[in-house]
Ligand binder design. Structure first.
Ligand code: SF4
Length: 424
């Protein structure tokens, strides 16, 4: 969502005649689009601001602005921290006021901010300034009404609101004309999408009908409202990628209840079984938090067993970190010791890595249609890379393919992180 929001911000500022530079040292204004989900992300932002101030020197006039969830959540402390010298702050619903905030800060030398939450802002009138060329992110809804107790999103991004299907489809048609092959529909709670009497399955179906778009993805759904209609559509529609990212967070019912996740372990695993029975070749990924306040060893063990049972293709696992302003921060002060959290995440990662490797190796000998993407910086430049419909990264043995091209590939090898393939 932050990548998408950065594209919106670029578009908004270009309209106001700002130019973007690739070398940070040449910038007059540096914007940091931040996430407030984890402590680690917070620390990185503080580190980046200090680095910029250090690199540019104490006499530099460079302005620094903080955008995103951290801007909303920590506005006060960011503005008051004299060592950071932040010039302006804009929350996720205030990007249309960015130009004005920059001018206020530049003209008056005073800190400018707007972190107002909107019940209506969807940026449906802004066309993001995209750079990828293959995949386009499209936020179809913003905000979240779920109030998971560990999460700041309902406070930093406000209530759920959705864009109209016509507005989304207009953007998708334009993207197809520009040569984008894949769209990923985004929402904090994407399957809560609703516009008048249209639900998320309706929107996915309509988007998949747009000529020129070859793949449609979505992220992230909440397990509490995953409709059969959407699963049936995914199973039947070849353009909808066979990948579901289904955050589990924990598997012990007491912990799930403390988290306010509104499902039980049994309900979650039943949904996993249903997804697999309707779409046998599905890629299933998840998010897990270890060490939620008061989580016992036995309760963590239950999460570990659920991971083994569910056989996820991969998992994003995090140590719980308390977020200011959340329900958990107010109600559950009893923290699990850091050493215990570290031990749990290491055990979890070991188990999941083995499953991921086993699942990747099971693809050897199979043929997949791969959509070629720009090669990531950490991959060898003499190979092309692409993804299966199930979102597995494939490194090809040849380099001769154009970005956006679709190639039939036989998988010849696998690592825990990627597949290797030979074009047919
Ligand atoms: S569903 Fe829960 S974790 Fe996800 S954004 Fe909403 S409150 Fe946060």
């Amino acid at each position: 969502m932050n990548e998408y929001d950065s594209e919106l911000v670029r578009s908004i500022l270009i309209k106001e005649n700002y130019e973007f530079v690739t070398d940070e040292l040449k910038a007059d204004i540096v914007l940091l689009n931040t996430c407030a989900v984890r402590e680690h992300a917070h620390r990185r932002v503080y580190g980046r601001v200090h680095n910029i101030r250090h690199e540019r020197g104490k006499d530099s006039l460079v302005m620094i602005g903080i955008l995103g969830c951290m801007a909303t959540n920590l506005r006060q402390s960011l503005l008051e921290d004299r060592s950071l010298k932040i010039d302006f702050i804009a929350g996720p619903d205030s990007y249309k006021r960015l130009g004005q905030l920059i001018r206020e800060a530049a003209d008056n030398g005073q800190k400018a901010y707007d972190v107002t939450l909107s019940e209506f802002e969807t940026y449906s009138d802004i066309t993001p300034n995209r750079t990828d060329g293959v995949n386009a992110w499209i936020a179809v809804m913003r905000g979240c009404d779920n109030f998971c107790t560990f999460c700041v999103v309902p406070y930093t991004r406000g209530r759920e609101r959705s864009r109209s299907p016509e507005n989304v489809l207009k953007e998708v048609r334009q993207l197809a004309c520009e040569g984008f092959k894949q769209v990923t529909l985004l929402g904090q709670n994407v399957n809560s999408y609703r516009y008048e009497n249209h639900d998320f399955a309706y929107l996915m179906d309509e988007v998949s009908r747009v000529e020129g778009i070859e793949r449609v993805r979505f992220t992230s759904p909440h397990p509490k409202d995953f409709p059969d209609r959407l699963l049936d559509l995914m199973a039947a529609n070849p353009k909808i990628c066979k990948h579901v990212h289904l955050p589990l967070q924990a598997a012990n019912n007491r912990v799930l209840n403390l988290m306010n996740r509104t499902y039980t372990k049994g309900e979650y695993l039943k949904l996993v079984n249903k997804i697999r029975s309707k779409i046998p070749n599905i890629t299933l990924t998840t998010d897990i938090i270890v060490g939620f306040p008061t989580e016992t060893d036995a309760e963590f063990e239950e999460t570990l067993q659920a991971v083994i049972h569910a056989q996820f293709d991969s998992a994003f696992s995090f140590k719980y970190s308390e977020r200011q302003g959340t329900i958990a921060a107010k109600k559950y002060p009893d923290q699990v010791p850091e050493t215990v959290k570290t031990d749990r995440i290491l055990r979890l990662n070991k188990v999941q890595n083995e499953i991921t490797y086993k699942k990747n190796r099971a693809h050897i000998g199979q043929v997949f249609e791969i959509l070629i993407e720009p090669t990531p910086q950490d991959k060898p430049s003499h190979h092309s890379v692409g993804r299966t419909g199930g979102n597995k990264l494939v490194i090809l043995s040849k380099k001769d393919y154009k970005i956006g091209e679709t190639v039939q590939v036989m998988i010849t090898d696998a690592t825990p992180h990627a597949l290797k393939g030979h074009p047919l």
